[in-house]
Design a protein around this ligand. Structure first.
Ligand SMILES: Cc1ncc(COP(=O)(O)O)c(C=O)c1O
Length: 385
């Protein structure tokens, strides 16, 4: 394996964790489609079980625990996050839940953000409380709200760095400081920014999770979840991943490995397009409010300028003046942007959100900006009819 210490992010996105197949000399990491691994004798087999069950690096016994394609992805993600270790799961929700479960027991208390992905919300408001874990939901953009809820049994603060769907940015360094003064673990979901735009561990978070399905895979063709942190914390996640059966398939690991190599290239274009669309939308009289951390009007723009040195992300949300009728007329009139959930793909997706006060969320892709603007013009033209 080549060493990549000291190399820059874009180089590590391409090279870290990989280095040719030692057996066949294949340049690219093969897809190891195998459920199990063969040992030459009983003693070697026993050693293999011991190594795999104590999560020795590279030990492969059975693909529910580990698989060489997935190990390459683990190493690449750990390198990109600046983490000691990383585990890969079947999808983002597996990563979210394993991060929470591996840090919480019955009787513990977690403080979580109010603007959060709907399935994470179900976990926090329904599943965890039903297993005896106390949960308080607060607006984390004001740190006082978190401080007020801290109790002796508070073990975890959980939030999305850039929230879904209102794009509120959390002050990770200050929240990490508060958490650590009180012996609390800070777990953050950084799906909306990706490790290219922000590496929360560098700002004091203890564990970072992602729906890798989004920017990391980048092409909408695989599900994937990522959890990074210290080896001790990540091994605990591996234990849950193995025993709860939430492991990724080798093929999806391979698609994520292929996708993540172009993460910096894609994100650069997505940030550029998103900034242009946010400015374009803000100037439209039919638009009530645009949520984009790159805009001066964004409530945390100063914090965004401090934390996000390489761009403000590819997500733009906005409210049109009016309500459901205006939102649906607009969304149904654009032609190039598929109406779909999910985000982070090279293709721009439009997501009408009736339950969020008729908000429209754009996951901005890598298309030509003039084509994207021409498409949104169709929406504005329909509103005038
Ligand atoms: C912020 C965030 N976290 C987690 C998830 C869950 O990811 P997955 O769909 O890969 O399970 C999503 C999905 O949209 C998300 O937006």
């Amino acid at each position: 394996m080549e060493r990549h210490d000291g190399m820059n992010f874009a180089t590590r996105a391409i090279k870290a964790g990989e280095g040719g197949d030692p057996t066949t000399k294949a340049l690219n990491t093969p897809i190891y489609e195998t459920s199990t691994f063969v040992y030459e004798n009983t003693r070697a087999f026993e050693q293999g079980i011991e190594d795999a069950m104590s999560w020795q690096p590279g030990a492969c016994l059975y693909s529910r625990s580990t698989n060489p394609t997935t190990i390459a992805l683990e190493r690449k993600i750990a390198s990109l996050e600046g983490a000691e270790d990383a585990a890969i799961t079947a999808c983002g929700m597996a990563a979210v839940n394993l991060a929470l479960l591996s840090n919480l027991n019955a009787g513990d208390h977690v403080i979580a953000s109010d603007d959060i992905f709907c399935c994470t919300r179900s976990s926090l408001e329904d599943i965890l409380p039903s297993k005896g874990i106390e949960v308080d939901i607060v607006k984390v953009t004001d740190i006082k709200n978190i401080e007020e809820k801290i109790k002796p049994n508070t073990k975890v603060i959980y939030l999305e760095v850039l929230s879904n769907p209102r794009l509120e940015l959390a002050d990770i360094p200050s929240i990490a400081d508060l958490a650590h003064k009180n012996g609390i673990t800070l777990i953050v979901d950084n799906t909306f920014l990706s490790p290219y735009l922000l590496r929360p561990l560098e700002w004091g978070a203890d564990m970072v999770v992602h729906s890798g399905t989004k920017y990391v895979v980048g092409h909408g063709d695989a599900l994937c979840g990522l959890v990074s942190g210290t080896k001790k914390m990540v091994d605990r996640v591996r234990y849950y991943n193995d025993n709860l059966g939430t492991h990724i398939s080798p093929f999806d690991s391979w698609l994520a490995l292929r996708g993540v190599r172009t993460l910096p290239l894609r994100l650069k274009k997505q940030c550029e397009n998103a900034m242009a669309l946010a400015e374009y939308l803000e100037a439209k009289p039919e638009v009530e409010y645009v949520y984009y951390p790159g805009l001066k009007s964004h409530a945390q723009h100063d914090l965004a300028s401090k934390l996000l040195k390489d761009g403000f992300g590819g997500m733009v949300s906005f409210h049109l003046k009016g309500g459901y009728e205006e939102m649906s007329t607009f969304v149904d009139s654009v032609q190039m942007m598929p109406i779909a959930t999910s985000l982070g793909d090279v293709v721009t997706l439009i997501h009408p959100k009736h339950h969020e006060g008729d908000l429209i969320r754009l996951s901005v892709g890598c298309e030509d900006i003039n084509d994207l603007i021409a498409d949104l013009e169709l929406g504005f033209a329909a509103l005038k009819k």
